[in-house]
Design a binder for this molecule. Structure first.
Ligand code: NI
Length: 199
């Protein structure tokens, strides 16, 4: 019952939350078991190296979509998620070692590998940042059920990107397992990670 309530709450937060405010969210239709979320991808990491999903075979993947220029939600979420991973690294290092955190940019125009490199390093030494061409990012966002939309005024250099907020945990086989509550305390996040990846 608790899981159902939490799932419903997370689905609701998916509907409501977005960086940059505004529009809807195409990821709300079916997180967790049975959801057709995820799939193959090849993107570019923070070192400029091409990386495919197959590089993470055998590892749990904690996947968060966002962008480095996000003024509020993304950095707060990443801080909490990585704090949760750190808690797990202390309490259950073997479990934590099986989890690969991934930050996938939905702002490929600005999130170059160099920009990602300093950004991800600020949150966790094992956090991998991934970017790509606009077409590659569009494809990976679609397969992961992530909505994003650039909010750019005519002539303005700066812009926000409205995007859905979700933290997915995928299994060693690449299939989606659960949403991780990015707004939880580090202890709560660590407990959720252990619940799914600790078996
Ligand atoms: Ni954001």
């Amino acid at each position: 019952m608790n899981i159902l309530i939490r799932t419903a709450a997370l689905a609701l937060s998916l509907l409501l939350a977005a960086c940059g405010g505004g529009a809807g969210n195409s990821a709300a239709e079916g997180p967790l078991a049975g959801a057709s979320i995820g799939g193959p991808f090849t993107l570019t990491d923070q070192d400029g190296k091409r990386v495919s999903d197959t590089a993470f075979a055998g590892k749990y993947r904690l996947v968060y979509f966002g962008y480095t220029y996000c003024p509020d939600v993304c950095p707060v979420d990443l801080q909490k998620l990585m704090a949760g991973l750190r808690v797990l690294e202390k309490s259950d290092p073997a479990v934590a070692a099986r989890i690969q955190p991934l930050f996938i940019s939905i702002d490929p125009d600005r999130d170059t590998p160099a920009v990602l490199k300093s950004y991800v390093a600020a949150f966790h030494p094992r956090l991998i940042g991934l970017t790509g061409t606009p077409a590659e990012i569009a494809a990976v966002a679609k397969s992961f059920g992530v909505y994003y939309h650039k909010q750019q005024q005519d002539g303005a250099a700066e812009y926000l990107v409205d995007h859905s907020r979700a933290t997915y945990l995928f299994g060693p086989d690449g299939k989606p397992i659960a949403l991780i509550p990015e707004d939880g305390t580090p202890a709560e996040i660590a407990a959720e990670l252990k619940r799914w990846a600790g078996g």
